[in-house]
Design a protein around this ligand. Sequence first.
Ligand SMILES: [Zn+2]
Length: 440
Amino acid sequence: MAIKLQMLTQDPKEIELIERYWAVDESGRYLEKVSALTGIIEMAKGMTLASFIRQRCNAFDENQVCPQCAELVEIKSRSEATKVPQRFPKLCTLCQDDQDAIALEVKKARAAELERQLAEYASKQSTRTVDYSMLPDNLVLLLLALDRAINPRLTHGGFTLGDCRGLAPRYAGDFILQLREAGLLLDDPGKASPGTYYWEGDEIWMSRDQVVYRLAPDAASRSADEVIRSLRERVYTDADGLFNLWLDYSVADVMRYVGNQCALYHHDLDEQEQEEIKSTLRSALQTYSVSQLWSVVWKVVRDAASLANREYYNRPKAAATIPGKIRRNLEKVQRDAIELKAWGRPEQHCAGALGMVLSEVLGVDENTSGQRVSSLVTWLTGQACSSTLQVALDEPIHELMTMALARDLGSSVMVRFAELIRGGHDVGFAIEEIRESLRS
Ligand SMILES: [Zn+2]
C-alpha cells in the first residue's frame, strides 16, 4: 500500500470505512469512488466524507519522503497523493513550519536593518548644508524654475518627480538629477511611502518615482523661502553655464516635439536613436532657434511616414532613418544657406517653468536663435561663451574679411567695426551689422 494510515479512532466500522477510502491498487489508483462510500456511516449535517475521515485518521504518502527529516509527508486529501516516488518531494508539515519561521525571522531582520540604515542615512543628510551664495548660475536658474513649477512644495514639505512635470517640456527627471547630484536636493526616506526603499540582494534600491525630495538646508541657517528670495537677486556671470542650460532646455523643447510627431505617425524611436537626435539638435541649436528645428523635425518625420508605406519598408526601418535625415537636412540647410521656417509653439506643448525663467532672465523664447542667445548671454554676463562664440563667429568673420578685401574696403570696415564696439555692441553684433551693410 502506498498510503500509510495512522488511526485516531477505535470504532471498527469507522476503521473499515477509512481503509476502503484510502485503498489503492498496484498502480496507485483508488479502488472505490467517493460517491460509493458516502452514506455508509451517518455523519453530522454539512460534513463531507473527506473531512470526516481526516478527523479520524492521519494519512502519509509513501511516495513522498521529506528531504529534511526523512519522514513521510502527510496528505490531507486523495488528490495530494502521488502515484510514483517524487524526485523533488516537498517538506513535511513540521519541517515546512520550521523553514517558514526562519524565513519570517530573516525577513523581519532585513526590514529592521533597512529601517536602521535609512534612519542613519536621513540623520546624515540632515547635517549637510549648502552655501547658496556659491551656487553656479545654471543651478540658480534651475532652482528658481523648480520653485515656480512646484510652488510651494520646494520650500515647504517635499515633492516627488511626478510633481515636477511642469518644470520643462521633457526630461524633467534629468534636471532634477542635476540638482540632486549637486547636493541641493536631499531625499527624505521618512516621508516616502512604504516600499519606496527595498532590498535587492545586499543593496538598498529605491523606486525613483516615489522618492520624496526636499531642499538642502542653508549653511547660513536661512529659511528655504529666504534662500529662494536671495537667489532672485543673483547677478549672473557664468556665460558658459547659462548657455549650456539653455541648450539642455531647448533640446528638451525640440525633443518634446519629436516625441509628439513620432507618436502621431506611430514611429517608435529606440534610446540610441533618440540620443543621436539629441546630439544633432544640440549642435544645431548653437545656430538656430527651437521653432526652426521644429519645422525640420516636422518635415523629416512626415517623410519617414511616407517611406514606411513603401514596398520593402516597414515602420521600424522608416523610424530608423529619422536621426540621419535630421542630420542631413541640417547639413544641407547650412551648406546652401537655406532660410529655415519657424513653426509656432503647438497647443498643449508648454514652455514649462524653466522656459519662463530663461525668458525672464535672458529675454529669449522658442524663436530666439542660438546665435542670438549666445550674444544675449554674453551681454548679460559681460563675458563671451568661450568656445561656442568663437566657433559661431569663425564663418561670419571669414566671410566679412573676404568680402571687404575683394571690394578693397578693408580700412573702412575696420573703422566701422571699432565704432560699433565703442558704441557698446558685442563682436557678434558688429560683424553681423557690417555684413548686412556690405550685402545691401
Ligand atoms: Zn520533515
